[in-house]
Design a protein around this ligand. Structure first.
Ligand SMILES: *Cc1c(COP(=O)(O)O)cnc(C)c1O
Length: 365
């Protein structure tokens, strides 16, 4: 079996450090807040080359809290890529705003700046820049657009820990950024976890207060917030895993390079394009083919696990019927484009990669 993801195998490589970390948190009862959370927040801020990091309960909360902290006028329009996970858009709606979808770029699959431009109205106040599959958005072009129209940029880095745009780490470029540490992400906890990063001290303070019942000190509630915290066990686990992230990321890039080199002659598939300004961290390696479903079935039969990200574009989900944005022609590159995610990760060895490539070649022969 060639696994899509193998967290059990990863655990075995770091078991001693993880077990010690878990034991330490329990021995010190440092479950909520405390030294392990502060330590990880500092380490992750350093890793992203950003001033502030606030641990929260998950990546979806991170987006909601970031939007709340920006204090946009009620009913603002927020532009979100049509090709993403629903967390990118539902946070906007839950904060009382209107989601406006934009198409994606047909090569790297992140938001198309050209298309986003067309969706701007006087009510538009923010853009969610999802660095999808690990590929950064074109941040200079987005910033130009944002400056022209007075928009905030929220980076959704749930799939892009360590990715770089022109040498700058994602999470340090927009007004505010959000991360997920869902177990299957490039940096994953052993449960839910998330973070917000920013270089803006006021936004950082506001987010920290929103995530902790509107307070800084114990009973000094300045406004009503909510409870969304990264817990001590997850923080300690993440500190252990963060040390390995650079090596794991290199491995992901090597797997992607292997696929790019060995699948390039197959006419029937379109490979993902890495823009020359991008350090793409390949949360997913996504190919495009008209025979997607047949290929997926063939690979399953050969014991090769694959995924589909995403089977239905956001505007076509039932949840967005009310927005009346499902018209196919509006999202030519995001609707039904038959994407298939191949196995990727530090768990794969050369022999397994060879099996994937051989099976794909056999299918198209
Ligand atoms: C995983 C993911 C999220 C949400 O993260 P959770 O921690 O699962 O809430 C948000 N945006 C994108 C693009 C994601 O892939």
């Amino acid at each position: 079996m060639v696994k899509f993801l193998d967290l059990a195998a990863q655990y075995q490589t770091i078991q001693q450090d993880i077990d010690t970390a878990i034991h330490d948190v329990i021995a010190k009862s440092a479950f909520i807040g405390g030294e392990y959370v502060s330590k990880f927040e500092q380490e992750f801020a350093d890793y992203c080359n950003v001033e502030h990091c606030i641990g929260v309960a998950n990546g979806t909360d991170a987006i909601e809290i970031a939007i709340e902290a920006l204090n946009l006028p009620q009913g603002s329009e927020i532009i979100v890529p049509a090709n993403s996970f629903i967390a990118s858009s539902e946070a906007a709606t839950r904060q009382g705003h209107r989601v406006v979808f934009a198409d994606c770029d047909p090569q790297s699959y992140v938001i198309s700046i050209e298309d986003a431009k067309k969706r701007i109205t006087p009510k538009t106040k923010a853009i969610i820049a999802v660095h999808l599959y690990g590929h950064p958005c074109d941040m200079d072009a987005l910033q130009t657009l944002a400056d022209q129209h007075g928009l905030c940029i929220i980076e959704d880095c749930a799939q892009s820990h360590g990715a770089e745009y022109k040498g700058k780490k994602v999470g340090s470029i927009g007004d505010i950024a959000t991360f997920s540490f869902y177990p299957g992400k490039n940096l994953g906890a052993y449960g839910d976890g998330g973070a917000i990063t920013t270089n803006n001290p006021e936004l950082a303070k506001k987010c920290r207060m929103i995530a902790n019942h509107g307070r800084i000190a114990k009973y000094d509630h300045e406004f009503e917030g909510r409870n969304s915290r990264l817990d001590g066990l997850q923080a300690a686990i993440l500190s252990v895993k963060l040390k390995h992230l650079p090596a794991w990321t290199e491995k992901r890039i090597a797997v992607a390079d292997y696929y790019l080199a060995n699948l390039k002659d197959i006419q029937q598939i379109t490979l993902p394009v890495r823009q020359n300004w991008a350090r793409q961290v390949y949360h997913l390696f996504v190919i495009r083919t008209a025979k997607r479903d047949e290929l997926k079935a063939f690979l399953t039969e050969k014991g090769i696990q694959t995924g589909i990200h995403y089977p239905i574009s956001l505007p076509k989900l039932k949840a967005y019927n009310h927005t009346k944005q499902a018209n196919e022609n509006m999202f030519a590159n995001s609707s039904d484009i038959k994407l298939l995610s191949l196995p990727i990760g530090e768990h794969l060895n050369e022999q397994e990669l060879n099996r994937v490539v051989t099976a794909i070649k056999e299918f198209f022969e």
